[in-house]
Design a protein around this ligand. Structure first.
Ligand code: TRP
Ligand code: ZN
Length: 901
């Protein structure tokens, strides 16, 4: 059975859903005609379907999913019929025999105004919205709520015209008009079949920015971005991003927009980032609304990615969808890969492409690697779950994207595009599996290493855990040969004690140890040489030898982060300094700097000595990068950013978060002081950027200026020098855009300067009516560096602020998640008060929104590696949550996995 049974009264253990237990549905639903009478307290839903038995499955009862619905009437072919309830399921046993289609009519009501889970139909700011993925449609009507049941939808919406002037659903508007009693209606027909998780409706007082476009193929389309009336001036960037997305998918993959009208709607109450409902994407306001006064460069860049992501789902997810939820990465991994490529392709400059790649890898390593090493570890294609909402993870999304990226690496960019074409030829309009995708890419590239190694390559889908690649080099100065010995391993994960070797594309380069020159790579036994070589590691250990290597090389391994693995190579400091100064591959250049910093950090953490952590060579190298005449500012900012506390913690077997925090703090202060004059230079050089434009070049300059200010404030605050804090306060007041303003505010807050409090107060009064800016204001305080345990009381105080609202996920995240997940130094307290706070909030949130509560629950994933007294206290807190009787399956799955053996 595919469906989990939820809300079973808490008596039974929650059902585990198994991938192996997939079976095709016993019935198909061909058409759905939905009629909504929208009312916040009682919405009436009339659902008329045509169904037929699936001839490939033995005859059986029809079991429809439903949740929190009031059932009023069931008719089969227009006649009353007997039915029964099995838990939440509506079971119909006496249906017509044979394979003829029949009509099923179900009338239910629901209460959108009381829907705090934000799944199904809910009310936000007096408007109606839906969220159906993964299993929310069953909260709207009884249905076969599974992605392999695809139907044609007709939707009629009826509502009060004054309160809900705009009525939207998927597809094309075919009719609208007035009704009695001040009500009106709109009828929508979606020309494409879809699974019910892509259904959407929106009703309310909304306004739209509109744009007509003509595709390459000459078709006309209407693009619309719907927002609340005061927000139209913040929709330009989202619209530009949408137009760029349409053009990119057509240019890069030959995939056109298949609808006359494409709508994006923003809502401020949303559990996740955005949702790709067919023709009617619904977005968290955070990923739509931007103008220079309220949004930062990072916001602009996130909007571009998320608008692209949801748009690209139109083909990868909607036209071809998932057979079952275990195949989630089929659409998510592929679509993240596509949105990453989109953002890279929008960069004019190669160095901006590299910056984007580094940012993506940073997310993977600080979030996905820990997930893969923790209690929630799961393969890119999981084998089981209790609550599917818990599997919208960095593994499914980001590691899934890396798996697709490796396929492109193994087939070339052109080969991968051919593979995509074959994928659409084979499967357009169907619900398929990850295997189907990989097979299509390989079949279109039959002479590629992917085709040769496909069954083994697919271990990336089935085996969890982050592989480690250990490398060792041997230079023979006489023979002028260089041999690299590579071996791979992967630690056990839950349920997978043994791992088989992966197919690991390792992109290689050689850099002269003395000269820093790029040495040509000539594989032994061949006659041609190139600047880079792709070695495909598929055995447990293998070697590769290069000839005519003129001088002793430093190997540049895993260029561009060619595989999602940990690379162990015993580099000397001198070798890393060579790579940092000379490697042609910007990713490995950055990586060399990270390795040097990490090495100093772990040594200081081990010894307990927190002074003079960074050595002179590192500091000189950082000065050289900062002052470099040609490197761009965004890249410099990345190189000068120390590895995060979370990333440092991941490298250690025993984690003392306070020690890590203290060491990193002292490293920051050291960089601030040792490079003081250089930071002054960098600020002067990068502070003025003309009229605001959120392009990579000028946003890089703002990022570097912001970093300079942060270090200047930090060093000055420590030495009680008033000049830079004063300049920073002035910058905060005068800034012409949110990026500069917020960077200045952050510089004061993170230095703990006395100017921080008045600046925060001023910021609040200036932006108290801008919800997304207030989120930043809350988040900044909740993630401020801890000074003597001051953050937790501040966080508790923020929760009593009149603008705090636990029911709004963005606001809850801005305070609670920023503290519990984004502030390790403030959260991991020896007195356990941080963990107590966490357990209270998980239980409190669980009562209204289990999906958000379960995300917060994950903040404790890595508790087992904590040193005492943190470890015991964390365990206590987890047990307190697990002991709660009426816990949701969402939170229960997370805390029980955390506590298991
Ligand atoms: N499919 C959405 C995406 O583009 C994810 C998503 C949005 C989602 N809202 C959700 C998943 C609610 C589960 C529940 O990535
Ligand atoms: Zn997605």
């Amino acid at each position: 059975m595919l469906q989990s049974s939820k809300d079973d009264g808490g008596a039974q253990a929650p059902a585990i859903v198994l991938r192996e237990a997939y079976s095709a549905p016993a019935f198909w639903i061909d058409t759905v005609d939905l009629c909504f009478d929208l009312d916040p307290a009682k919405t009436r839903v009339l659902n008329k379907m045509t169904l037929r038995r699936n001839p490939d499955v033995p005859a059986q009862a029809l079991r429809l999913d439903g949740e929190e619905l009031n059932l009023a009437r069931v008719l089969v072919n227009g006649q009353g019929t007997s039915f029964k309830m099995d838990g939440d399921k509506l079971v119909l046993e006496n249906l017509p025999e044979g394979n003829e289609p029949f009509a099923l009519e179900i009338f239910t009501t629901c209460n959108p105004g009381k829907n705090t889970k934000l799944m199904g139909l809910y009310v936000s700011n007096d408007s109606f919205f839906t969220q159906c993925e993964a299993e929310g449609f069953r909260r709207i009507t009884y249905f076969l709520d599974r992605p392999d049941v695809m139907a044609s939808y007709t939707v009629t919406l009826r509502a009060d015209k004054a309160k809900y002037p705009v009525l939207l659903s998927n597809g094309n508007l075919v009719e609208q008009g007035a009704l009695e009693d001040g009500r009106h209606f709109a009828k929508w027909v979606d020309p494409h079949k879809k699974p019910c998780y892509l259904f959407a409706l929106v009703a309310g007082q909304l306004v739209a920015r509109e744009q007509r476009i003509t595709s390459r193929a000459g078709k006309d389309h209407l693009l619309q971005v719907y927002v609340r009336p005061g927000d139209l001036d913040k929709t330009e960037h989202a619209m530009n991003s949408l137009m760029a997305s349409v053009a990119w998918d057509e240019a890069r993959f030959g995939l056109p927009l298949d609808l006359e009208r494409f709508m994006v709607v923003a809502t401020s109450d949303f559990n996740m980032g955005a949702m790709e409902n067919k023709g009617l994407n619904i977005f968290n306001t955070k990923y739509v609304l931007a103008n220079q006064a309220t949004a930062t460069d990072v916001d602009y860049s996130n909007i571009e990615s998320v608008v692209g992501h949801e748009y690209f789902h139109n083909w990868t997810g909607n036209r071809i969808t998932c057979r079952d939820w275990f195949q989630l990465s089929l659409k998510e991994g592929l679509t993240v890969f596509r949105d990453q490529e989109f953002s890279q392709d929008l960069c004019a400059d190669p160095s901006a492409r590299a910056v984007k790649r580094i940012e993506d890898v940073r997310v993977l390593r600080t979030a996905q690697f820990p997930e893969d090493a923790g209690p929630m570890a799961h393969p890119v294609r999981p084998d089981s779950y209790i609550e599917i909402n818990n599997f919208y993870t960095v593994t499914i999304y980001e590691k899934g994207a890396e798996v697709v990226r490796m396929m492109q690496t193994l087939t070339s960019r052109a080969g991968f595009a051919k593979g995509m074409t074959l994928y659409f030829e084979r499967f357009d309009g169907q619900a398929v599996t990850c295997d189907d995708f990989a097979q299509a890419i390989a079949d279109a590239n039959s002479d590629s290493p992917l085709a040769a190694l496909l069954p083994q390559f697919k271990r990336w889908y089935s085996q969890a855990g982050t592989p480690r690649v250990a490398a060792r080099g041997e230079y023979n100065a006489e023979a002028k040969t260089y041999t690299l010995h590579l071996s791979q391993s992967c630690a056990p994960t839950v349920g997978q004690p043994e791992k088989l070797p992966f197919v690991i594309p390792v992109s290689l380069g050689l850099v002269g140890a003395q000269t820093g020159a790029a040495l040509p790579l000539q594989l032994q036994g061949t006659t041609t040489a190139s600047d880079s070589y792709l070695f495909v590691l598929s055995q447990a250990s293998e070697s590769v030898t290069f000839e005519n290597v003129a001088e002793e090389p430093v190997p540049s391994i895993l260029r561009g982060f060619s595989a999602p693995v940990v690379l162990d190579f015993d580099y000397s400091d001198a070798q890393l300094l060579t790579l940092l100064a000379h490697d042609n591959d910007p990713f490995n250049r950055w990586e060399a700097g990270q390795r040097l910093a990490l090495r100093s950090a772990t040594a200081a953490i081990a010894s307990g000595n927190t002074s003079g952590v960074l050595n002179d060579a590192y500091i000189a190298a950082m000065r050289a990068v900062l002052r470099h005449p040609t490197l761009d500012a965004a890249f410099k900012e990345l190189v000068l950013t120390l590895p995060s506390e979370t990333y440092i913690a991941e490298q250690l077997d025993l984690v003392d978060p306070q020690r890590i925090h203290a060491v990193r703090d002292s490293m920051r202060l050291q960089l601030a002081r040792a490079l003081f004059a250089d930071w002054e230079w960098a600020y002067a050089e990068h502070q003025d950027n003309g009229a605001y434009r959120p392009d990579p070049l000028s946003s890089g300059r703002r990022a570097l200026a912001g970093m300079a200010l942060t270090f200047l404030c930090l060093a000055s605050t420590e030495s009680r020098d008033a000049v830079w804090p004063g300049k920073t306060l002035q910058r905060f007041k005068d800034a012409g855009n949110m990026t500069d303003r917020f960077n200045a505010l952050q510089a004061l807050v993170s230095a703990g300067h006395a100017h921080a409090a008045p600046a925060l107060a001023r910021f609040y009064s200036q932006f108290k009516d801008e919800a997304l800016v207030l989120d930043k204001w809350f988040a900044l305080q909740a993630s401020a560096p801890d000074r003597g345990g001051n953050v937790l009381p501040a966080v508790r105080q923020l929760m009593t602020h009149p603008d705090f609202n636990l029911r709004n996920p963005n606001r809850a995240r801005s305070v609670i998640f920023s503290y519990c997940s984004g502030n390790p130094g403030g959260f991991h307290r020896a007195d356990a008060a941080g963990y107590v706070f966490w357990s209270e909030r998980v239980m409190e949130l669980d009562a209204t929104n289990p999906q958000v509560a379960a995300r917060l629950a994950r903040a404790m994933d890595r508790w087992k590696r904590l040193a005492e007294p943190y470890r015991s206290a964390a365990c206590e807190a987890l047990k307190r949550v697990a002991a709660k009787v009426d816990l949701s399956n969402d939170v229960r799955e997370v805390v029980e996995r955390a506590l298991a053996d």
